[in-house]
Design a protein around this ligand. Structure first.
Ligand code: MIC
Ligand code: SF4
Length: 754
């Protein structure tokens, strides 16, 4: 039986009436996205029409998922909310803290020792508050959610940007910061700006080397890393229906890379097959009873231009495999152009390592298709040129692919199988020699490839491709190898060609696993004690942030004017820093160390205005804090792109940064800043970015009348005595202004408990 089946029953029971109410109100056919959103309003039946891209709406998500690296902060906050139990079904997944070094077993043992304190904390908080706990080694949050919890037509939030993966099973699943998760677990409504709708019509059918990954790699090329901001992407058409459920998951997963709020697909037979094969026939049977509500009204797909804000059409029959990167997931190159493009850009052509797996691409189908290529290595007497690694997404998949002989096939090409965890995808990869910082290329089937993300080496050119293409390029050892047209020379000196990959959607013998790694919480957790040692370097109880002082902000110092791409990886790096995700003061030592200082083009080197010396960003900020001086961070476009980690907002808050002013923000990061009581502002005139000077002392005017839709004014007092006055926009609504005034949203929940 599926987990939380009664909750699913009640969602489906309410759905017809809620959708009817929305249809009545909107007086038009409804997209799937609208059906799911309007059937999850916290107020129940719809009584107001919301303006897409404009209205803030309170939702009631069905469930919450958290992974260990973000759950620590989410739960530290939840512990202060004064609740006995999480108000909705919630889970914690231990996946981010496991290093990929030697191989699954040893690496897992090491993590269990190294992070024992954190795992014990997460297990005991989960036990106390009725939260399901998935132990280290059970798998990556998004795979485990897809296999166990996702259900068509449901709505969930998760403290990880790739929560969107569950769109593969027809959910609206959205990545958020821990403070949002805390609200929902505390039984409060969850607020989101009603998204715009992007429709992607998939015609034709995938064949040969093309895979679902190529759909999203192409979409990323079209929409870029910010093209999906504020929108939900809904896929439909014959191409969507002919694709596997896990393939849909891959497409939705990487919707995070275009900034989309989430992506989703209508319920179809592939989803039914997946539900049945993962032991959830009960969910499939229930879904079949409300089938028409689990996809759009037919008019929407027949005339998408009338119902979506933007429509993209992709013919899968003509889709070429793509390779995206380096350094950004939207730099899309069709494989036939790679030779030319790689040479023109002087990218290192030798592929040193091919890495498959991760939350994005580790389904049974993915692995079976990659294995069909690995098998050809022996058959065609080839030798694999690059190193090769596999990080399975879950124990369910790992045990099944082991039983079915795929691990053995990969072994024969010298592969290393890492633990069922994030591993190399999040910089938890002890890659030999990376510290030499040499230029090199790797290809992986993950989703992100920001500089230094995988191995800490900023000169590693990481390219994103499907598991099939990753495997082929690893076999050839070349970035400019096109397996569709090129040949290889085997050990006997013969010219051979790789056959196109073949695979199976779902295991014919069913999935298997001895222990899926789940720990149910206590029925009554009230006596469970949660211990955080005051001397711990890994965990620290949170102290409330101070409330707004009630005045305009005068005499702020410029901390850094970040140049170009500034993702959450630049603001709060992962890899070795993941250790401190439960300790705000310690992790604050990584604040903005990856951001490039506009004035000297260096990272982690900014001017301390108190003494004119250049120093590391956290050090300078700590000195401002010690002197009681607030500061300003300035950013470029799509600031805070990438992760949901709220540390990127909490660190500046903790160290006394008051304002983050950018050309534009990524959605989750902007909300995280607001939630933590920071001011997230944008330039009314983007060219004003150029007016910010290194020695500026800054005043922010208008806070005493802080109101929705009313711009603020910033005065830049330059060193030469001149000044500039610029207009700063914001998107705070009345509630969010209260968060700012209280010093953070949590202070308001705290007050309501006290
Ligand atoms: C990521 O893929 O960047 C992460 C690590 O999963 C993050 C979450 C985190 O930083 O803990 C995400 O995508 O939200
Ligand atoms: Fe883990 Fe990578 Fe997936 Fe993030 S994207 S959840 S780090 S596997």
């Amino acid at each position: 039986m599926a987990f939380d089946i009664n909750m699913i029953k009640s969602v489906y029971a309410n759905m017809p009436e809620r959708i009817a109410a929305a249809r009545q109100l909107l007086q038009k056919p409804l997209t799937l996205t609208e059906k799911i959103l309007y059937s999850h309003l916290s107020a129940g039946n719809a009584t107001t029409t919301y303006e897409r891209g404009n209205s803030y709406v309170d939702f009631a998500p069905d469930r919450v998922a958290m992974q260990d690296a973000t759950a620590q902060m989410a739960l530290l906050q939840f512990m202060q909310a004064g609740r006995k139990q999480a108000a909705v079904p919630s889970t914690v997944h231990c996946d981010h803290l496991i290093n990929a070094k030697i191989g699954a077993e040893k690496d897992l043992d090491f993590a269990n020792q190294e992070s024992k304190e954190v795992y014990d904390f997460l297990a005991s908080v989960s036990n106390k508050y009725g939260i399901g706990f998935w132990k280290p080694g059970a798998g990556i949050i998004h795979q485990v959610v897809l296999e166990n919890y996702a259900f068509p037509g449901g709505m969930m939030i998760g403290t990880d940007s790739h929560t969107v993966n569950a769109g593969g099973l027809g959910m609206v699943a959205i990545g958020v910061g821990g403070a949002d998760a805390c609200d929902v677990m505390a039984g409060l409504p969850w607020e989101l700006k009603f998204p715009k709708l992007i429709g992607v019509k998939l015609t034709g059918q995938l064949s040969g080397w093309a895979s679902p990954k190529d759909v999203i790699l192409k979409v990323a090329g079209i929409l870029t890393v910010k093209g999906g901001t504020g929108a939900i992407v809904e896929y439909f058409g014959e191409g969507a229906e002919s694709m596997s459920c896990t393939g849909k998951g891959t497409i939705c997963n990487m919707g995070a890379e275009i900034g989309a709020t989430t992506s989703t697909f209508g319920y179809d037979e592939s989803m039914e097959r997946y539900l049945r094969s993962t032991g959830r026939a009960d969910v499939a049977d229930l879904a079949n009873t409300v089938k028409a509500h689990l996809t759009a009204d037919p008019e929407c797909y027949a005339n998408p231009e009338m119902y979506f804000d933007q429509v993209i059409e992709i013919n899968l029959s003509e889709l070429e495999p793509h390779i995206n990167g380096p350094f950004t997931p939207d730099l899309a190159t069709p494989i036939s152009k790679m030779k030319e493009v790689a040479a023109a850009n002087n990218w290192p052509l030798t592929v040193e390592v091919g890495l498959i797996g991760s939350c994005t691409n580790s389904s049974y189908e993915d692995i079976s298709r990659a294995a069909s290529l690995a098998k050809q290595v022996a058959e065609k007497q080839l030798k694999t040129k690059a190193e090769f690694t596999i990080t399975p997404g879950s124990e369910l998949v790992r045990a099944t692919i082991e039983r079915d002989g795929f691990i053995n096939t990969f072994d024969q090409i010298g592969a290393t199988v890492f633990a069922n965890a994030c591993g190399p995808c999040i910089g938890m990869w002890t890659r030999m020699g990376a510290e030499k910082k040499e230029r090199n290329s790797i290809v992986h089937s993950f989703n992100r490839n920001f500089a230094a993300r995988q191995d800490g080496n900023p000169n590693t050119h990481a390219f994103v491709a499907s598991p099939e293409i990753t495997t082929a390029l690893a076999i050839a050892g070349r970035l400019d190898f096109n397996p569709l047209t090129d040949t290889l020379v085997n050990e006997k000196g013969e010219t051979v060609k790789l056959d196109a990959p073949t695979g199976v959607e779902l295991p014919s013998k069913g999935f298997t696993a001895e222990d899926i790694g789940y720990q149910a919480p206590a029925e009554d957790g009230s006596s469970v004690e949660v211990v955080v040692a005051p001397s711990s370097s890994r965990l620290q109880l949170l102290a409330p942030f101070t409330a707004w002082e009630g005045t305009d902000l005068k005499g702020l110092k410029l901390l850094i004017k970040a140049k170009g791409k500034c993702t959450t990886d630049h603001i709060s790096m992962a890899g070795p820093w993941l250790k401190f995700r439960g300790h705000l003061d310690n992790i604050s030592n990584n604040m903005l160390i990856g951001a490039v200082n506009f004035f000297n083009e260096k990272t982690n080197c900014v001017k301390n205005q108190l003494n004119g010396q250049y120093d590391e960003v956290p050090q300078v900020q700590r000195q401002y804090k010690a002197e009681g001086i607030g500061s300003l961070v300035v950013g470029d476009e799509n600031y805070g792109e990438g992760s949901s980690r709220e540390h990127a907002a909490m660190e500046p808050r903790h160290l006394g940064v008051r304002v983050v002013l950018t050309k534009s923000f990524a959605r989750i990061h902007e909300t995280n800043l607001k939630k933590q009581g920071m001011l997230a502002l944008t330039f009314a005139n983007k060219a004003d970015y150029d007016k910010i000077q290194e020695d500026d002392s800054i005043d922010l005017i208008g806070l005493t009348n802080f109101a929705p839709d009313q711009a603020l004014t910033m005065v830049l007092n330059h060193k030469d005595g001149s000044s500039d006055s610029i207009i700063c926009n914001h998107t705070y609504n009345a509630q969010q202004i209260e968060w700012f005034k209280a010093g953070g949203a949590l202070n308001i929940i705290r007050k309501s408990v006290a």
